[in-house]
Write a protein that binds this ligand. Structure first.
Ligand code: ACO
Length: 323
């Protein structure tokens, strides 16, 4: 028998304020047509004044707990992926722990920008497989609207706010690729590329800073690295790309999503796409897409899923799991 981290619940939360592309036309030299054609994005949600990443994360965690029919005291750990923590410290994860009323166990943040949820899943999987925790809430939550330069049309139209969560539980499975749960992970980073996507503020500057991106460069790396990491993760368990039922990619740009699916030999019918409705919600985009895919009945128990992401660092990776 092999211990596997199996998804027992999933949920998400989007802040109320819905912002269509046309809203940017009043302040920037841009158009709904340009944004749709170059990115696939049609709308995104933004947090309200006074609303923070921890607020979004609490709602998503509660939804995942409801879906798993569990309460906070049943949970051993929270692993939360974010680059837009409410404060420098404490971690957003411990704020969520408190708000859920969870007084035991442990909670910590993971920071790998848009690849954050992949890194968080890999960490939670390691905790479960090694017996350090049995039930872990894995959350991706972001308020990227807080770090936008609203005068930079090449970045501020791309991002959105939101949160998604899964509840992972340790289960004894057979030890083969038919098992439910996380079957393989592949993590990578290369700090030589840190300058093509970063925030120009932090403790060193005493400011929050704004997101800066060389879009074309990031695009080039994304198309090349996402298919490679997905292929590596699938091959680690002796499966082929054609065995994949669903690709659940990081939702940054529809053109990147299409190019990656094509490289993996899949049509867009096998891909969960939410970028049109959410924009790029960084670490929240994959659990949001998983939650949407389950809620509308596409993702079913037993389906083989590959999920992949790339973000600032550069950091990238993939996780293969059977739902
Ligand atoms: N509206 C109108 N025109 C625009 C806009 C806009 N919102 N933004 C840029 N343009 C203009 C540019 O100024 C440029 O004009 P110029 O030719 O006169 O200089 C022209 O459009 C073309 O710009 P490009 O940057 O070449 O456009 P491109 O087709 O590369 O699309 C984009 C830009 C959408 C940013 C794309 O490069 C992209 O998606 N990159 C990847 C982003 C990504 O995946 N990020 C994921 C990680 S995010 C994270 O980790 C936090």
């Amino acid at each position: 028998m092999t211990r596997r981290a199996v998804v027992q619940g999933v949920g998400h939360y989007l802040p109320e304020r819905l912002v269509p592309n046309c809203e940017f036309e009043t302040t920037l030299d841009t158009s709904d047509e340009w944004i749709r054609a170059r990115t696939g994005i049609e709308r995104r949600h933004f947090v309200a004044d006074g609303q923070g990443t921890s607020d979004l994360a609490v709602h998503a965690a509660e939804a995942a707990l409801r879906d798993a029919d569990l309460s906070p005291e049943d949970v051993d750990a929270i692993v939360l992926a974010t680059s837009t923590s409410d404060l420098t410290f404490p971690s957003t994860a411990t704020m969520v722990q408190d708000r859920l009323g969870m007084t035991r166990g442990f909670a910590f943040d993971v920071q790998a920008v848009c690849a954050g949820f992949i890194y968080a899943l890999a960490n939670a999987n390691a905790l479960i497989v090694s017996g350090q925790a049995n039930r872990v809430i894995v959350i991706g939550a972001e308020s990227f609207s807080r770090i936008m330069d609203w005068t930079d049309r090449s970045t501020c139209v791309l991002f959105g706010d939101g949160a998604g969560a899964v509840l992972l539980e340790g289960r004894e499975e057979n030890g083969n690729s038919d098992d439910r749960g996380i079957l393989s992970t592949d993590l990578n980073s290369d700090g030589r590329f840190r300058d093509i996507l970063y925030v120009d503020g932090g403790v060193a500057t005493g400011t929050i800073g704004h997101l800066r991106m060389q879009g074309k460069e990031v695009f080039r790396h994304a198309v090349e690295k996402l298919a490679t990491t997905a292929r590596t993760a699938v091959s680690k368990i002796g499966l082929k790309e054609s065995d994949i039922d669903w690709i659940v990619p990081h939702q940054a740009n529809l053109r990147i999503i299409k190019a990656t699916a094509q490289r993996l030999g899949h049509s867009m019918e096998d891909v969960i796409v939410t970028v049109q409705d959410h924009g790029n919600t960084s670490a929240a985009s994959i659990p949001l897409a998983l939650s949407v895919g389950v809620a509308d009945g596409r993702i079913q128990k037993g389906d083989l899923i590959v999920t992949e992401a790339i973000g600032g660092g550069l950091a990238w990776g993939a996780v293969v799991l059977r739902w």
